[in-house]
Design a binder for this molecule. Structure first.
Ligand SMILES: Nc1ncnc2c1ncn2[C@@H]1O[C@H](COP(=O)(O)OP(=O)(O)O)[C@@H](O)[C@H]1O
Ligand SMILES: [Mg+2]
Length: 236
């Protein structure tokens, strides 16, 4: 579904991504793990057209989407739940969701079906449709960020650090929902600093280290890899 080949990206003269190659098959959950500053968000930003690609290519469903602008990427079926959630704090839950729908042509029937689908996944949001997003808890804001990303009916969902700053019980609940979204047919690229957690729900994973893919494999194998354990899982 997605194939990144020898991708290089820079911020001025900072070489943030160095020859990144990765691929995602339809139906998979693939995680991209690595510590702070490794290049995880930059990788997502290249896919979504928010950061320019210097060299290398990104193909989505066989189509070259390298440096295609962000608004067109959403229309192609790729949607992002950004790091730090970035909900619109002064708008209600329903208004935030509506903004996630902007890329779709107005069609009341399909729009209502999408709201129903999203509210079924996140009943907590349904109870709070008129609540101002800035007054939601961190976990609810994370749900809203993911729900907003689903409003464009993506085939590929990019999740940037959904567990960040949330209590462990909320994180577990959220990750069950991520699995459910995947079961409903959405392919997922999951970016996480929490390697253990990401490996526990993904099929395969890539490990980023200072802008390079250091390791990749099935999540099962990486969970048992001694180097990964030492570097990322807090045990030997
Ligand atoms: N807007 C920016 N301007 C300059 N450097 C940046 C910018 N965003 C990220 N970087 C740098 O690029 C590298 C990768 O950052 P990032 O992709 O945000 O990592 P991660 O998401 O894995 O924490 C880091 O060295 C970071 O300092
Ligand atoms: Mg990041």
């Amino acid at each position: 579904m997605l194939r990144i080949t020898n991708l290089n990206a820079f911020y001025d003269n900072v070489h943030a991504l160095k020859d990144i190659s990765l691929e995602i098959q339809k139906g998979e959950i693939v995680s991209l793990i690595g510590s702070n500053g490794a290049g995880k968000t930059s990788t997502l930003s290249c896919i979504t057209g928010l950061v320019g690609v210097r060299s290398g290519t990104i193909h989505y469903k066989g189509k070259n989407i390298t440096n295609v602008p962000a608004h067109k990427i959403v229309r192609l079926g790729i949607s992002l739940s950004p790091e730090g959630r970035e909900v619109f704090p002064g708008l209600t839950v329903a208004e935030n969701l509506k903004l996630g729908r902007y890329s779709k042509k107005e069609n009341t029937i399909t729009t209502n079906t999408t709201y129903e689908r999203v509210y079924t996944l996140f009943p907590r949001l349904k109870e709070r449709t008129l609540q101002i997003a800035g007054t939601l808890s961190g976990g609810e804001q994370q749900m809203l960020a993911i729900a907003r990303a689903l409003m464009s009916e993506p085939e590929l969902l990019l999740l940037d650090e959904p567990s960040l700053g949330l209590a462990p019980n909320i994180v577990l609940m959220l990750f069950e929902l991520i699995k459910e979204i995947n079961k409903q047919g959405v392919t997922i690229l999951l970016v996480e600093q929490n390697a253990n957690l990401a490996l526990s729900i993904s099929n395969r994973a890539y490990v980023l280290e200072t802008g390079r893919i250091a390791l990749s494999g099935t999540s099962e194998n990486l969970l048992h890899d001694a180097n990964i354990k030492k570097a990322y899982l807090g045990s030997v």
